[in-house]
Ligand binder design. Structure first.
Ligand code: MN
Length: 193
């Protein structure tokens, strides 16, 4: 099937990412070297980087026009693994238009959506097939893969929302999702500013 992104008249696309049939848009890839400062265990990150630069996650942004009435959508794939005891995760972000919600639906894999707002309200929602997560407006959000397979999600939000990565890069999240006694656990982030 040939993908034809006709935003004005509608379209269908091949979206079977887990079968290797990806949208024609190239994925944006994030390797550990691009986010070492985001993991709590800096020594573990540096030790891993001596042997290579693992791909942590990638996402497809299908390039909706920047209009309030259009819907941006795409897919993110967060790979399984840990830095120290902290699971592989996305950078996480706020929307440039802060008052913008988003829906994530998990296609395969298991993990969590870590969310927090400016008042310090923290929510940890499951990412698993058959469960959709509503990320409310004003909440920073990050996907965390606590499973052993790639975590593949579909997301959609208003097309002109934009992204703010800088706030999280500077402050971090208040909490981390780590493995304790073989299970995922939410703990305080000692490096939160
Ligand atoms: Mn978002």
């Amino acid at each position: 099937m040939q993908n034809n992104f006709d935003w004005a008249h509608g379209f269908i696309i091949n979206f079977a990412l887990s079968n290797g049939a990806s949208p024609e848009a190239a994925p944006i890839r994030r390797f550990l070297s691009q986010m070492t400062g985001m993991y709590a265990d800096q020594q573990a990150a540096e030790a891993l980087l001596k042997y290579g630069d693992p791909l942590i996650y990638e996402y497809y942004d299908l390039g909706a026009p920047d209009n309030a009435g259009d819907l941006a959508f795409g897919s993110s794939i967060t790979y399984p693994g840990k830095i120290g005891d902290e699971y592989f995760m996305t950078k996480g972000h706020l929307h440039a238009i802060l008052e913008t919600a988003e829906v994530y639906n998990t296609l395969s894999g298991t993990g969590f959506m870590l969310m927090e707002n400016g008042d310090g309200d923290v929510r940890l929602m499951p990412l698993q097939p058959g469960v959709a997560v509503y990320v409310p407006k004003g909440y920073a959000h990050r996907s965390v893969n606590s499973g052993s397979e790639p975590l593949v999600t579909f997301f959609t939000l208003r097309a002109d929302a934009g992204h703010d990565y800088g706030t999280i890069e500077a402050k971090g999240f208040r909490n981390l999702v780590v493995e304790r006694n073989g299970r995922p656990e939410l703990v305080d982030n000692p490096r939160w500013k």
